[in-house]
Ligand binder design. Structure first.
Ligand code: SAM
Length: 275
């Protein structure tokens, strides 16, 4: 009997993947957590039925979420990751010569399940990594530390979901105050093809930053196969990055970095409308 997992995430759009087996299924106080073994993407983490990250294509997402932002700051030493419970974002940050990475993930069960069933994603034993299992919204309100780079790798802002408050003007204002003078913030955001309004809303919320840009990258497992990121800097232009990465990557290259900021006309218009 063939087993298929079908994702109902965007209205009038379904995505189905052939599944060998369900490896884990459980419910935490925040969400349903599952890991399925797919034919195409290897192990796939699902939260409330929504594909988060897969063994096969996670590098595309995590390299583009992390490296453009890390290179936009001249020397990022203190990095904050909000969400990122699968470990992929923190793993990519730790490849840089940083002093410390704080990961604030609301759901400890996502970390445990990811460590067990997506082991290649995390670099959990690096002494520079400090994992706090708490709400990133409260953390950002109460934190007193300063960071050079803040990486928002949360689930999507679904109504009443734990991530909804991470996409607000207040949250970004708190993040702004926690960033050092050349600080950079990056966030994964909704696919503008399906949610064009999300781009302009988030730009508006980030308008306290002098530099706000949109960029994109391939993520086959996400709806439409293309994902977008919004990056905001207190001083440096992510399009003027000239430093190469001091380590090999499988998706990110300096040319990919440059090309990622070349937006299709419909997207540039949506973004510029707010400018
Ligand atoms: N790469 C995925 C994506 O783009 O959809 C997200 C990866 S990661 C699994 C998302 C994480 O954000 C989840 O583990 C979830 O528990 C966490 N999260 C959601 N809301 C949060 C909050 N308010 N504070 C901290 N972590 C949160």
């Amino acid at each position: 009997m063939e087993l298929w997992y079908t994702q109902d995430y965007i209205e009038n759009y379904q995505m189905s993947l052939k599944v060998r087996e369900t490896i884990y299924r459980g419910r935490s106080p925040y969400q349903e957590i599952a890991v399925v073994r797919t034919e195409l993407y290897g192990n796939l983490l699902l939260l409330d039925g929504i594909a988060q990250t897969s063994e096969k294509d996670e590098f595309m997402y995590h390299e583009m979420l992390v490296h453009p932002a890390m290179l936009t700051h001249p020397d990022p030493q203190r990095v904050l990751v909000i969400g990122g419970g699968d470990g992929g974002a923190a793993r990519e940050v730790l490849r840089h010569p940083v002093r410390s990475v704080v990961m604030v993930e609301i759901d400890g069960e996502v970390i445990e399940v990811s460590r067990r069933h997506l082991p290649a994603l995390g670099n959990w034993d690096d002494a520079r990594l400090k994992v706090l299992v708490e709400d990133g919204i409260a953390y950002m309100t109460n934190a007193r530390e300063e960071f050079d780079c803040i990486i928002l790798d949360s689930t999507d802002p679904l109504p009443q979901g734990p991530a909804e408050g991470l996409f607000t003007r207040e949250f970004y204002q708190n993040a702004f105050t926690r960033l050092s003078p050349e600080g950079t913030l990056v966030s994964q955001i909704e696919p503008p093809f399906f949610h064009p309004d999300s781009v302009s809303t988030l730009w508006d919320y980030l308008s306290m930053f002098p530099v706000v840009k949109l960029f994109w990258g391939m993520v086959p497992i996400y709806p439409g196969g293309v994902w977008t990121y919004i990056i905001a800097s207190k001083r440096n232009d992510p399009e003027k990055v000239s430093r190469p990465l001091p380590f090999p990557t499988r998706y990110y290259t300096p040319d990919v970095h440059r090309g990622a900021f070349a937006l299709p006309r419909f997207l540039a218009d949506a973004f510029q409308r707010r400018a």
